[in-house]
Design a protein around this ligand. Structure first.
Ligand code: 3NM
Ligand code: MG
Length: 534
């Protein structure tokens, strides 16, 4: 039995006033079963043993109607008395080995774990599944030991995968703060292959209390969650990456042809580029967006995002002048665009410079899915750390300018592709040579001009450019990013060559002219990015 259990929508009950209110638990669970929960844990921290057994018997009857297993939290004796399918044991409950002796091999025993070490011990002692948490802070259980987030859960999954044997077979669910607004993202982000060909261990289900028990209509809530779990999230529509791109002339020619078409798509669709950006670059970013053929809106108030996200455009979250209020606004907008399936570019400006920014970055990474994260080397290093990588270098970023590279191109490509693979998105590391990857295909692009490093906002406006391309060319995020980079950087080269351009000051208007002119020529088929690609 234990191996065939469907853990996908795991209901944990709660009988407290705050969540269950005055409703009848049996009725609520019956509705949740109708809605499609696949396994039920009866968790009741306050009732007497007699009441526990009598409620558990009624719950068992309901569960059996749907062929759904019932587990009892903590109380092996209650499970035995009821004859239900198993127990769930916390770290302070009965030892798994002793519970197994009492329950026998056929019953399901689950264990709460929040670290690799706890997971290792639980598997060694014979747990059938692990409830891994706490994912996010939750009102339902306030005394949780540790909030480990998506990264903490990934770490445990990766350990189980690599440990092999019983560890790779053990089932897993995550718990804490899972609800309809984040369930798809959580599942998506927990699927984190380490290499293109690997099939990683992923989460088998989500365990939920309040987003089912605490809702007005537990049946509707469960069936909605079940639907979300089973379907591809709007932000993950694009294709699975399939190959590493070696330096191959044919492939580069094909890529450039696609870039030309993406440029034409930006021109014809004129997508909205919704920028939540810093004070320094608002005006410049709006001009760049117009020059490439997009429709800019500079709107930093998060409440507007629900409407704006419906317009088929993309969002840029640029945390260059982050404030507590700004952070709340970003989160609202991220939620709105993720729900609408509109692409989001995260530009973690100066992310490593202060602890406030590092914290803001990890909050944002926890708040939503980003289709593309772009930054200079130091910013991307900070993203790597926030995404759970351990890096040797701990040097703090000094300013928001990038400085010299500390790594070889191969090292940068490796890091960028690993982050993209883990975050399941596209990562762009800018520099004299830009590296962009979706985790499988990785490109290095050496176009551009030194003047871009001498004006303010060139990185930020590249983010704006990328956003418009993502919106206009959704079929392949990586190709969209490459096309945006070519447009931006080749225009800079032409601008810098103009006779009247004497330095950064005269470069800016020439650059905007060239963004406008060159994009127009390519979209009309009179030019191709191909001839200038380096
Ligand atoms: N155990 P909700 S968190 C019962 O971290 C429980 O072990 C947790 O409730 C753990 O789905 C939790 O309402 C409560 O956030 C989860
Ligand atoms: Mg317990």
């Amino acid at each position: 039995m234990a191996s065939q259990v469907d853990y996908s929508l795991y209901l944990v009950t709660d009988s407290t006033e705050a969540i269950l209110g005055s409703r009848d638990l049996i009725e609520v669970v019956a509705q949740a079963l109708q809605g499609g929960v696949t396994i039920v844990q009866y968790r009741d921290k306050s009732s007497d043993t007699g009441a526990l057994i009598s409620t558990a018997k009624k719950l068992h009857e309901e569960c059996r109607k749907h062929n759904v297993p019932l587990l009892i939290n903590d109380r092996v004796d209650v499970a035995l008395a009821v004859g239900c399918e198993g127990v769930h044991l916390g770290q302070d409950d009965m030892n798994i080995v002793e519970a197994r002796r009492l329950l026998g091999d056929k019953k399901i025993i689950g264990a709460t774990v929040s670290s690799v070490e706890e997971a290792r011990i639980a598997v060694e002692r014979g747990a059938d599944y692990l409830g891994i948490g706490t994912l996010y802070a939750t009102q339902t259980k306030k005394n949780t030991k540790e909030i480990i987030g998506v990264n903490g859960i990934r770490r445990i999954l990766r350990y189980l995968d690599e440990a092999g044997g019983k560890s790779s077979d053990v089932k897993t669910v995550c718990i804490g703060g899972v609800n309809a607004s984040n369930v798809q993202r959580v599942i998506h982000q927990l699927y984190a292959p380490r290499s293109p060909s690997s099939k990683p261990k992923t989460i088998d289900g989500v365990a939920i209390v309040s987003a089912i028990v605490g809702t007005k209509d537990p049946k509707e809530a469960s069936s909605n969650l079940q639907k979300l779990i089973k379907s591809t999230p709007p932000f993950a529509k694009s294709t699975d990456p399939v190959f590493w791109l070696e330096k191959n002339e044919d492939e580069i020619a094909a890529l450039v042809k696609t870039a030309d078409r993406a440029t034409a798509a930006v021109h014809s669709k004129s997508p909205l580029s919704h920028n939540m950006t810093n004070l320094v670059v608002q005006n410049f970013a709006a001009n760049v967006a117009l020059a490439i053929g997009a429709s800019p809106i500079m709107a930093n108030y998060g409440e507007e995002a629900a409407d704006l996200s419906q317009l088929g455009g993309a969002l840029v979250v640029n945390m260059g002048t982050v404030t507590p209020e700004g952070l709340l606004n970003y989160k609202k907008a991220i939620t709105a665009y993720n729900a609408a399936g509109g692409p989001i570019v995260l530009d973690p400006v100066g992310a490593g410079a202060t602890s406030v920014r590092r914290d803001a970055l990890s909050q944002l990474l926890g708040a939503g899915y980003f289709d593309l994260i772009k930054g200079n080397e130091r910013e991307i290093m900070t993203v790597a750390r926030a995404s759970g990588f351990t890096l040797d270098d701990s040097s703090q970023q000094r300013g928001v300018d990038s400085g010299d590279s500390m790594f070889s191109l191969e090292q940068r490509a490796y890091l960028v592709s690993k982050i993209a693979l883990r975050e399941r998105n596209v990562v762009l590391m800018t520099g004299a040579t830009d590296v962009v990857s979706d985790g499988v295909r990785t490109y290095a692009i050496s176009n551009g001009h030194a003047f871009l490093g001498k004006i303010t906002g060139s990185g930020c406006t590249l983010g704006t450019t990328v956003s418009a391309y993502l919106a206009a060319w959704p079929q392949d995020k990586l190709h969209a990013a490459v096309a945006a980079i070519l447009h931006f950087e080749i225009a800079a080269e032409y601008a810098a060559k103009r006779e009247d351009v004497k330095g950064p000051g005269t470069f800016v208007p020439a650059f905007i002219d060239n963004l406008f002119a060159r994009g127009g020529l390519v979209s009309e088929g009179k030019e191709s990015w191909g001839k200038d690609v380096k």
